[in-house]
Design a protein around this ligand. Structure first.
Ligand SMILES: Nc1ncnc2c1ncn2[C@@H]1O[C@H](COP(=O)(O)OP(=O)(O)OP(=O)(O)O)[C@@H](O)[C@H]1O
Ligand SMILES: Nc1nc2c(c(=O)[nH]1)N=C(CO)CN2
Length: 232
């Protein structure tokens, strides 16, 4: 997805959370001088492949087989640790550096791509961690307009950004593990972020003409109503 398509949804998310666009742009610019252009071919060829998108809900440990059976595995944030500890190699990690940046650093040093996200509320982490990463294996991302080496391929939370990344590079089928939109252990802020993740995955599902089983417990009409107020 390009930014022009994503922008109306981005604006709605900013308004919903009260986040500032300027703060995201400052974060992006800080990331831009600490990263270099990442050729998406370095992810490998995901075209037509079954890509497993791992979220970090507690159910992840029971669903690892989904990743084992997939062609490509993209892990969001702490899902990377759970999968690696379970003996599953991951092909990419997507993170906003707020929980396990050491894992992200190690992966880049081992030659596994990491999509590292800069936003208005993680600038200290961007400053601290991006320079430590192996730049050849780091894709810097923003939710604002792209600039220099910093890309925006769509999405908001780590997990849905992973799905948008897979879509962008031509994934054939997306399968999900470690997702729980009704997780009682999450706080109110995370709950609202997960609501956005569900809307964004519904948007992706519609655009791809695919059905994501992970959304079957959500009310698709409700997700559509929210989306239809924003996008056509
Ligand atoms: N029940 C859940 N709890 C947490 N994450 C979930 C859940 N279900 C799905 N996910 C996805 O897993 C991703 C990784 O979760 P984790 O809690 O490790 O990350 P995080 O760094 O706090 O993520 P974010 O900053 O995107 O909120 C989330 O971004 C979200 O997209
Ligand atoms: N400004 C801002 N942007 C974000 C934030 C956040 O807390 N603040 N959290 C995200 C996913 O958790 C993604 N983007």
């Amino acid at each position: 997805m390009n930014f022009e398509t994503f922008e109306p949804v981005y604006e709605t998310i900013l308004a919903d959370f009260g986040f500032g666009r300027e703060a995201d742009e400052r974060a992006r610019d800080i990331a831009a001088v600490r990263s270099s252009r990442f050729d998406l071919d370095r992810l490998g060829d995901w075209r037509g492949e079954t890509v497993a998108v791992a979220g970090a809900a507690p159910c992840l440990t029971d669903e690892v087989a989904v990743a084992r059976d997939a062609d490509v595995v993209v892990a969001a944030s702490t899902a990377a640790d759970v999968l690696v500890d379970s003996g599953v190699d991951i092909d990419c990690m997507v993170t906003d550096l707020d929980k396990n940046p050491e894992t992200a650093e190690r992966l880049t040093r081992e030659g596994t791509p990491v999509a590292a996200h800069a936003h208005g509320d993680n600038v200290p982490a961007v400053r601290e961690w991006l320079p430590r990463f192996e730049s050849a294996w780091t894709l810097a991302t923003t939710q604002a307009a792209p600039s220099g080496p910093v890309r925006n391929l769509g999405g908001f939370t780590d997990g849905d950004r992973a799905a948008f990344l897979a879509d962008h590079v031509g994934a054939g089928r997306l399968v999900f593990l470690g997702w729980d939109f009704d997780d009682p252990s999450v706080g109110p802020m995370k709950e609202r972020k997960l609501d956005w993740a569900a809307r964004l995955l519904r948007w992706l599902e519609r655009r791809r003409g695919e059905r994501f089983v992970v959304l079957d417990d959500r009310d698709r009409d409700e997700l559509d109503a929210a989306l239809d107020r924003i996008v056509s």
